[in-house]
Design a protein around this ligand. Sequence first.
Ligand code: PAF
Length: 280
Amino acid sequence: MQTIQSINEMQSHAISLRTNGCLIGLVPTMGCLHEGHLSLIDIAREKADKVIVSIFVNPTQFGLNEDFDRYPRILKEDLALCEDRGVDIVFNPDIADVYPKGYSTYVNEEQVSADLCGVSRPNHFRGVATVCLKLFNITRPDYAVFGQKDAQQCSMVKKMAADLNLPIEVLVGPTLRDADGLATSSRNRYLTSLQRSDALTIPNALEEGKKLVEQGVRNVDRVVAEVTHHLSQCRRIRVLYVRVVDRETMEPASEIESGKHIIVTAAWVDQTRLIDNIAL
Ligand code: PAF
């Protein structure tokens, strides 16, 4: 496995791989890799000849009072996991190279990103779109793989790729859950064991919503109320939103259709912000 820090080196390497007919799969990450990321690497592996994992904690997608400074950075462990999983290249650029002094260009997707996390995290998706486009330009992937847990991010990147005519197929891997049901996330590391057991209220609440739909309920407000009620039983949890949306476009549902809609939620568990979703 190669580790590349230099943007120029990564870009010229990617261009020469493509010239030699290699299909490239990119898994963009901020490190602190977990089983969810590893499953995305497996998806890239199935499709591509060379798998690149980028590890970059992207400052532009964090708000002023968010967790950029304390975001876990465990490069050595991440590299070992990538090596074990058969990754070909880890791209780990420096912040000062990605955003040099005087940097002033940003990408704004204005539809999919407007609502949900776009409201509670202003500028978050601008940062994600910007860094993803930069990573795409540097690593020249045929496939870029993201996880369904970040449903709005997946839709936004797909929309950006379509709107900007990027020659990239965006693939979405299923949400991976730990044995207790909590969706894998680097931010789970912030949780104490008590907080973690309370955080399980999130997947449980989503399951309650899904159960209603399985019983034939099609009314969005009823399902949202059920999930919100379940979440609000937990003292540590502060709900940011619970919504039923189209799984592709993130547009709000007016009447629930199985296979088309998902319930999405974001909530604080004490100081940790978690997101999750469930297909209906
Ligand atoms: O999902 C993430 O880890 C990040 O938002 C991404 C896609 C790597 C961009 O920084």
